[in-house]
Write a protein that binds this ligand. Structure first.
Ligand SMILES: Cc1cc2nc3c(=O)[nH]c(=O)nc-3n(C[C@H](O)[C@H](O)[C@H](O)COP(=O)(O)OP(=O)(O)OC[C@H]3O[C@@H](n4cnc5c(N)ncnc54)[C@H](O)[C@@H]3O)c2cc1C
Length: 383
């Protein structure tokens, strides 16, 4: 017996992380949208495990342009999108030893090149901002004072609520098992029944290449890289709410205040299969060792630890565009370490490209063009 069609839509999006949710939000006013999520909760995977920073100086030139293009949405979201501001002041401070001075100067030049206002700071100023840093690790620093904390939960829920209000159907606890394209439409098989869609958007994060395979589309060679984070309690520095995010010059450690405690990461990047990533004891031990070397933190207890998969394309730019061979399959993948801070621009851009409209001015004005994100750029060398 042919399974009944549970829904027949213009666009089906696979994955309700920040990528899929933002695309659903911007597509819903223009098309009928189905957002399919395997887990019971949207945002369960990488989206719920981030360090939640917005920095216009982070990532390559394309990532920075997408982040700048997202700023106005973060600062002034539409009426009713969220109950509280999406951004809160934080700052981003790169700190280094005397032998890392050149690294710091290069970072300052690189950040300034894309328009971020940064200040080179002497050791005394660095330690005034983050008193836990040991003197030899805080010889100098580079401050991006405009970096902000993002309320990721409010952002994700705002996208989902807004998408539903405009008619999108969000279905959780349902995995896409097979996707077959015939007679100009996708037939999407799930244990919940079959869905039918005109365009299939692959926003499956670490599983984006797997979803492509399900749909008979050549994978892009995306790499899920595991990153570990912990929240720890320490004996001193309890009044440190306003410290910036402190990042070592060689990017082997970062930490920031987190609700009376501290969040820290060894900034690890370990190749993984797509999975429900878990922290490895060795990575947590490495983090504690690096924290003890660079800071005077008296770590009393680790309250939480987790790992998430940051999934990158080979050039570390994000991917958004129709597959060059399967013109009804849209890639929205490779968000890497930037999926939160670029989500508004990526959602707008995906909606424009899926519906064949021009890119919004806010995105074009930052120098973003479709070819910078097109999957085709990654094709050479992929079997
Ligand atoms: C430790 C850490 C720190 C980070 N810090 C930052 C930061 O400061 N700033 C920033 O901007 N970014 C940061 N990131 C990166 C950011 O979290 C990611 O880029 C972003 O969350 C990726 O979102 P996504 O929607 O692509 O993936 P995900 O959130 O993983 O969503 C993909 C979804 O697809 C679903 N799915 C997969 N296959 C199927 C299927 N067959 N059927 C149905 N559903 C399916 C999955 O269940 C999953 O929910 C960080 C990440 C980590 C791990």
């Amino acid at each position: 017996m042919t399974p009944r069609a549970a829904a027949d839509v213009d666009v089906a999006i696979v994955g309700a992380g920040i990528a899929g949710a933002s695309a659903a939000y911007f597509l819903a006013p223009q098309a009928s949208v189905l957002l399919l999520e395997r887990e019971a909760q949207p945002g369960y995977h990488t989206t719920g495990r981030s360090a939640a920073l917005f920095s216009e100086a982070y990532g390559n030139a394309t990532v920075r342009a997408l982040t700048r293009a997202s700023r106005s949405f973060f600062e002034s979201p539409p009426e009713g999108f969220a109950d509280a501001p999406l951004l809160a002041p934080r700052g981003h401070l790169l700190f280094g030893r005397a032998d890392q001075r050149i690294l710091l100067e290069e970072a300052a030049t690189d950040m300034a090149a894309t328009g971020t206002r940064v200040q080179m700071l002497p050791g005394a100023r660095v330690r005034a901002l983050v008193p836990a840093l040991r003197e030899n690790h805080a010889h100098a620093g580079v401050l991006d004072a405009a970096a902000q904390d993002v309320d990721v939960h409010a952002l994700l829920q705002g996208f989902l609520r807004g998408a539903r209000a405009k008619g999108a159907r969000v279905v959780t606890g349902v995995e896409l098992l097979a996707a077959d394209f015939s007679a100009g439409r996708w037939r999407l098989a799930t244990r919940d029944g079959e869905y039918s869609a005109g365009v299939l958007v692959d926003a499956a994060g670490a599983w984006a290449d797997e979803v492509a395979r399900l749909a008979g589309v050549r994978p892009l060679g995306l790499q899920p890289l595991r990153r570990t984070a912990v929240v720890f309690e320490c004996g001193r520095h309890t009044g440190a709410r306003d410290w910036p995010m402190a990042v070592s010059a060689d990017e082997s450690l970062y930490f920031r205040p987190e609700a009376g405690n501290f969040l820290a990461s060894p900034a690890d990047e370990t190749l993984s299969v797509p999975c429900d990533a878990q922290p490895e004891e060795l990575d947590v031990a490495m983090l504690v060792e690096r924290l003890q070397a660079a800071t005077s933190f008296d770590i009393r207890r680790i309250n939480a630890k987790w790992a998430g998969l940051r999934t990158f394309a080979a050039d570390r730019s994000l991917v958004a565009g129709l597959d060059e061979r399967q013109r009804f399959f849209f890639w929205l993948a490779g968000q890497g370490g930037y999926g939160i801070q670029t989500a508004p621009a990526m959602g707008m851009l995906a909606a424009a490209l899926v519906t064949g409209s021009d890119l919004p001015g806010a995105i074009r004005d930052q120098g973003v063009t479709p070819d910078l994100l097109a999957p085709l750029r990654l094709r050479s060398g992929v079997a």
